[in-house]
Design a protein. Structure first.
Lengths: 372, 71
């Protein structure tokens, strides 16, 4: 285990950046139309439960990453196969976020630049962050993630005169079914994607804080997402929201005199950057543990290169990207985000009376840190 | 463009494999690394030459449709 540790506040901010991630430009619960705020509330509650499950798995398997837990609880062969599938999932997720970022930048800001160039340059910065380790990612989040709510708040203040609160009405015009479906989509994106944090949780310096940290981060992220959606809805109206591609970007264009689009870009750089970094770290770390390599950095360059190529390869255009994210991604994610973690939780609870041997190297690190 | 891509990939692979040999990593690690970079190189060359192969997104969609999860 890598000898690095992060504090509770750092994990809280990394998780907040991760959960907000692409939500800066995409509104996952948009299928519910003007009732999306209701879907977000339901998804936030269900997401907290999911995060509680991930945290419980981590606490029942102290100092172990997802790959180590899978191999211990499911057996070496099944565990390794599932680990490889998870590594693929993290790489795929990173590639999708790369593509979201690239499409947004190339559609709104750098319209003449090829999407591969934008993603390649972003990848270089993120490679540096990933190779610097979890500690640096934590410190980077402490500095940058705070910008996300600040920017959201600034844009909201600037739009305070453009509001129509009747945009929320009528509530549940199309019944409860679209709201539930949108809540499910929102649960898988972004809350379920935080399963990648099972590779990061062992680095928390005080594990007794874990549940508190993940639940509060989920609650903050939900509150922020609802706030941003409500702002967009009262500023743009439900008809325009249904037709817009990048909603927060469109809202920011309403501000007279000032060009605040770079602020939205910064939000995406921070949120998307944190999300991709965590996914790349999880994939590289997983690969190093599966192959028994000393250092995850040996794989980080290959993983990030593959992610950029996959991001260009995976969709032909923006419409396909949005359609896939809405219709296929939630069902594809169910085994990774819900079924396997639930199975792991059950197996971990069954083995609670026979606790596993914690990773000695990281335990030494933890005790050294607590002594200090 | 294709030549530039091949040269960039070869430089990255040469640099990383040197590291694998210096650290005396397992053969499985080198193989997985080369598989990842090999796929990236082949797909990049195909994309650069305008021959886009069917993507994993399409395979996943087809698989989910086949088992009836998605219509």
């Amino acid at each position: 285990m890598e000898k690095t540790q992060i504090s509770g506040i750092q994990l809280y901010l990394i998780l907040l950046g991760f959960l907000f991630g692409s939500s800066v430009i995409l509104t996952p619960a948009l299928g519910a139309g003007r009732d999306a705020w209701l879907s977000m509330l339901i998804a936030g509650a269900a997401g907290s439960l999911l995060m509680w499950i991930y945290a419980t798995i981590a606490l029942l398997n102290p100092s172990k990453t997802l790959v180590e837990i899978l191999r211990e609880r499911m057996g070496r062969i099944a565990g390794t196969i599932l680990s490889v599938l998870y590594i693929w999932y993290f790489i795929h997720l990173a590639a999708l976020v790369f593509r979201n970022f690239g499409e947004f930048i190339c559609t709104t800001t750098l319209v003449e630049t090829p999407v591969a160039v934008v993603m390649g340059l972003f990848a270089l910065v993120l490679l540096y962050a990933v190779n610097s380790g979890v500690e640096v990612m934590g410190r980077m989040s402490e500095l940058l993630v705070i910008l996300i709510p600040v920017v959201a708040f600034l844009i909201s203040i600037a739009l305070i005169t453009a509001h129509d609160f009747t945009a929320f009405l009528p509530v549940l015009e199309n019944g409860l079914s679209p709201v539930i479906h949108a809540a499910f989509v929102n649960l898988t994106f972004p809350f379920g994607e935080a399963v990648a944090f099972l590779m990061v949780f062992p680095h928390l310096n005080r594990m007794d804080n874990l549940k508190k940290v993940v639940i509060s981060s989920t609650a903050t992220s939900s509150a922020l997402a609802i706030f941003v959606f409500a702002r967009d809805l009262i500023a743009l109206g439900s008809d325009l929201i249904a037709r817009a591609t990048f909603i927060p970007h469109l809202t920011s264009l309403l501000i007279p005199e000032f060009n605040v689009v770079p602020l939205v870009d910064i939000n995406l750089l921070v949120g998307g950057g944190v999300k991709i970094s965590v996914c790349i770290y999880a994939a590289a770390k997983g690969l190093s543990q599966v192959t028994g390599t000393h250092d995850y950095r040996s794989f980080s360059r290959a993983v990030i290169t593959f992610c950029v190529v996959l991001a260009v390869w995976v969709y032909e255009n923006t419409i396909e990207m949005f359609g896939w994210a809405e219709e296929i991604w939630p069902y594809y994610s169910i085994p990774f985000q819900i079924i396997i973690p639930l199975l792991l939780l059950l197996l971990s609870l069954r083995g609670k009376n026979k606790p596993s041997q914690p990773n000695t190297e990281s335990t030494e690190t933890e005790s050294c840190t607590s002594d200090a | 463009m294709v030549i530039v891509i091949i040269v960039v990939f070869l430089i990255i692979i040469a640099y990383d494999v040197q590291g694998f040999i210096r650290k005396k990593e397992r053969a499985s690690a080198v193989i997985i690394y080369l598989v990842l970079m090999g796929i990236s190189l082949v797909v990049s060359v195909l994309l650069a030459s305008g021959k886009r192969p069917s993507s994993p997104a399409q395979w996943i969609e087809a698989a989910l449709k086949m088992v009836g999860v998605v219509k």
